[in-house]
Ligand binder design. Structure first.
Ligand code: CMC
Length: 427
């Protein structure tokens, strides 16, 4: 028997359908609420609001579960690779060997970025934050690819996916090259996607580039861990911008801006800056823990807490181990890592953090690995964006194929009632 929820308002009872997701998540369908009752719901931060049905990612914050298309993040991080996971997210199934090879080759068709994009890049000051530059360059890609994607044409949609994967990787690394004053690099179609990231970033014309396979493997894993996370701030942004039928590049550009904030993807940069600050001020971890607990002090421990995970972040567990492996393999002895470990220990044992379920999240450890890899701190969130790209694409595609309506929340107006205009001389 199908369930219903009953709402009583002003003495009248209304019934709303209740449905259950494939992992038993219960949802009250209030689509007809306003039409029936004249009332709306209010839910700041959308803590209780499901904005869509989705088949892409399952996340259980209480149990610490994360799955892409039904496969556990632990298994994917262990056995898969980033391009395979990207294919899985976007197209719904693990690719066959032939499909995967085809996908990689099709991405390669689009790895050349229009030379005129360089003029746009040169317009930015070298000091510009790479995330701002990346968002602008992604949007600028629309100018060079003005034809909107016909989502009902499978081939056009597939090509748009490959084009976005190819060009985004290149422009993401260009933001760094510009900052460093290095000549811009081209993608090498004989090499892998993640290998190309390292080359695009670090290869310079004056000497041969030596690839460290351990670094490439760790980075591949990090990209997998970041690849999707259901309806987070940047993904919801991508879906909502796309719901107006704005193009894929425009929607991804908006996602990059949303990711930039320190409460979202920008936290990985903020973590490292926080660790550096603690180090530079004598390494007194307890002092910063006290600051984080002080309600009069706006300081928060960056890299702790999560909107959805209230037990542990499964990505953090994997990444913590990867951080240990990478740092040991690279022989890195980093004073910031020692501070991170102390901070983690104190926070995990402190009542304030325990009571609020504030555990280290994915961003707490990723910055430490990036630092060991020699990636500059301003680029950390760009790496998050490269990892999250297939998730954004998959969610945009799902939203368009499901023919979702334009995203347009309502509000409760709390401002002035009607009042007469007062001429300036009488105010
Ligand atoms: N340090 C100190 N106190 C904290 C922290 C923190 N990092 N995070 C939350 N709290 C406290 C907060 O003050 C509040 O206390 P009280 O109940 O006494 O008022 C309580 O915990 C609940 O916090 P909230 O802000 O209502 O929780 P939220 O679900 O709205 O925010 C969050 C989640 C991730 C924005 C927040 O925990 C935070 O700001 N963390 C630091 C930034 C960070 O690491 N962000 C990366 C998130 S993971 C990557 C991603 O997916 O984007």
């Amino acid at each position: 028997m199908s369930k219903t929820a009953i709402l009583e308002l002003d003495g009248k009872k209304y019934e709303f359908p209740v449905y259950v997701g494939t992992e038993n998540e219960v949802a009250i369908d209030i689509e007809k609420l306003r039409g029936a009752t004249g009332a709306i719901t209010i839910d700041p931060g959308y803590k209780n609001t499901g904005s869509c049905n989705s088949e892409i990612t399952f996340l259980d914050g209480e149990e610490g579960i994360l799955r892409y298309r039904g496969y556990s993040i632990e298994e994917l991080a262990d056995k898969s690779n980033f391009l395979e996971v990207s294919y899985l997210l976007v197209f719904g199934q693990l690719p066959t060997a032939k499909q995967l090879e085809q996908f990689e080759n099709d991405i390669r068709k689009y790895t050349l970025v229009n030379e005129e994009m360089k003029t746009i890049l040169e317009g930015f000051p070298k000091t510009a934050h790479p995330m701002g530059v990346l968002s602008s360059l992604t949007s600028a890609l629309t100018a060079f690819n003005p034809k909107p994607v016909n989502v009902d044409n499978e081939k056009e949609l597939y090509d748009a996916v490959c084009k976005t994967m190819g060009k985004f990787m290149v422009i993401a690394t260009w933001t760094y090259r510009r900052r460093m004053g290095y000549p811009l690099n081209y993608y090498d179609n004989t090499k892998g996607y993640v290998e190309n990231f390292m080359r695009l970033m670090f290869e310079i014309p004056t000497e041969p580039y030596k690839m460290d396979n351990k670094v490439v493997a760790a980075l591949d894993k990090l990209f997998i861990l970041h690849a999707d996370h259901e309806q987070n701030c940047s993904t919801s942004t991508v879906r909502i911008v796309g719901s107006s039928h704005a193009g894929l590049f425009a929607s991804i550009s908006a996602g990059v801006s949303a990711l930039w904030g320190p409460l979202h993807g920008g936290a990985n940069q903020a973590v490292l800056e926080m660790l550096q600050e603690i180090h530079d001020n004598g390494g007194d971890v307890d002092k910063y823990v006290l600051k984080a607990k002080d309600k009069e002090d706006p300081f928060r421990l960056m890299g702790f807490g999560h909107r959805v995970y209230k037990n542990f972040d499964p990505r953090a567990t994997i990444i913590k181990k990867a951080a240990d492996d990478v740092l040991t393999a690279m022989g890195v002895d980093d004073p910031l890592l020692d501070i991170a470990k102390k901070l983690e220990k104190v926070a995990l044992e402190d009542e304030y953090f325990k009571a609020r379920s504030l555990y280290p999240n994915v961003d707490f450890y990723s910055g430490i690995i990036y630092r060991a890899m020699g990636i500059p701190v301003e680029m950390y969130t760009v790496l998050f964006a490269i990892g999250r790209l297939p998730g954004w694409i998959a969610q945009w595609k799902e939203m368009r194929l499901n023919k979702e309506p334009i995203g347009r929340p309502r509000q409760v107006y709390m401002g002035e009632n009607l009042r007469a205009f007062v001429p300036v001389e009488k105010r």
